[in-house]
Ligand binder design. Structure first.
Ligand code: PMP
Length: 367
């Protein structure tokens, strides 16, 4: 049975239909074993195959160099806000880290890091999270243990379309909401992390890609389940991993591979987001996206309906009309209001076109 609802949620988010169907087919009897992945020992040979396949697919899709470890951890993106400083702020004696704060998620990460060392916000404080400060205004500390940024701010819809230059200091990126949405050069990073529940699977598993030479510097108070070195040595099996989420991720990675990999995802994601931004920009101010065009996210498009800060009554009407057309989760994050559409990999061109059509009709009726 095909689902009729179109899910534009920010995460957990839409999964490819074929992935859900396969999971359904295999739910009771995985690979002829007579049991479900949900019931399988994480120490079994069969689960090992699943986790190893997830890793090899990721390595292939992102062309991850051999001197990087791939970890599958619990605790979500937020767990990594703590794990990053716990493992890496001690890389240099000063225990200093540079943070770029361009939205809710990097702000939270910086706040968490303050528990473990000195945090330097490298740019002048932003009035609003609608722009990435120009690199010429950054003051990077050459003796920082690392430089941290969030590649795509899910709440504010701000995305970096460049990789920050750190002059040799270890670069760390939260790619939770744009992971595998485009090719990246992993070798430029010390560490990349991403929760799976947006572009590559279901909630529960967080991918960490970390350069080998950065392992082994954890503070003594680092919880053992978050210790990258321990988890790397144990193939992410120090403790029970979120087995079913690892399995769903494997299915999604196979789906990405079968659909042309990260380059094909990039093409599609550009097409989808352009479709929506074009309607916003040609609406004579009826729809307003507050984000500077230089850093508008291809994954999360925030916008107001009616006027700059949004017209509450019209926005309510917009959501009601969308819901009648089977389109859900278009309400913006509670901290910013307005609308937000998330256009992750699994959201199709057709899904996006349905939203675009609706936006045009709504504009005509209410402008
Ligand atoms: N980073 C980003 C960019 C996010 O969008 C989110 C969640 N929406 C997080 C981190 C936190 O992830 P989690 O809820 O898995 O802790």
């Amino acid at each position: 049975e095909q689902k009729q609802t179109i899910n534009f949620g920010a995460g957990p988010a839409k999964l490819p239909q074929s992935v859900l169907l396969q999971a359904q087919k295999e739910l009771l009897n995985y690979s002829g074993l007579g049991i479900s992945v949900l019931e399988m020992s994480h120490r079994s040979a069969d689960f090992n195959k699943i986790i190893n396949k997830s890793e090899s697919l990721l390595r292939e899709l992102l062309d991850i160099p051999d001197n990087y470890k791939v970890l599958f951890l619990q605790g979500g993106g937020s767990g990594q806000f703590s794990a990053v400083p716990l493992n890496l702020i001690g890389l240099k004696e000063d225990r200093c880290a540079d943070y770029l704060v361009t939205g809710t998620w990097s702000a939270k990460a910086a706040k968490e890091a303050e528990k473990y060392g000195k945090v330097n916000i490298v740019h002048p404080k932003l009035e609003s999270y609608t722009k990435i400060p120009d690199p010429s205004s950054w003051t990077l500390n050459p003796s920082a243990s690392y430089v941290y940024y969030c590649c795509n701010e899910t709440v504010h819809g701000v995305e970096y379309n460049f990789t920050p230059e750190t002059n040799g200091v270890v670069l760390i990126s939260d790619m939770s909401s744009n992971f595998l949405s485009r090719p990246i050069d992993v070798s430029k990073f010390g560490l990349i992390f991403a929760g799976a529940q947006k572009n590559i699977g279901s909630a529960g598993v967080t991918v960490v890609i970390v350069r080998e030479d950065l392992l082994g510097h954890a503070l003594k108070e680092c919880p053992i389940v978050l210790d990258y070195k321990v988890q790397a040595e144990m193939n992410s099996l120090y403790n029970t991993p979120p087995c079913f989420s690892v399995y769903i991720m494997r299915l999604v990675l196979e789906w990405i591979k079968n659909n042309g990999g990260s380059a094909a995802m990039e093409t599609l994601n550009k097409q989808k987001s352009s479709m929506i931004y074009e309607i916003i920009d040609s609406s004579n101010g009826f729809y307003v996206c507050p984000v500077d065009p230089s850093c508008r996210s291809r994954m999360n498009v925030p916008f107001h309906v009616g006027k700059k800060e949004g017209d509450d009554a019209l926005e309510k009407k917009f959501l009601e009309g969308a819901s009648k057309r089977g389109m859900i989760s278009l309400k913006g994050h509670r901290s910013v209001g307005g609308m937000r559409t998330s256009l992750y990999n699994a959201v199709t061109l057709e899904d996006t076109a349905a939203l675009a059509d609706y936006m045009k009709v709504f504009l005509k009726e209410h402008q």
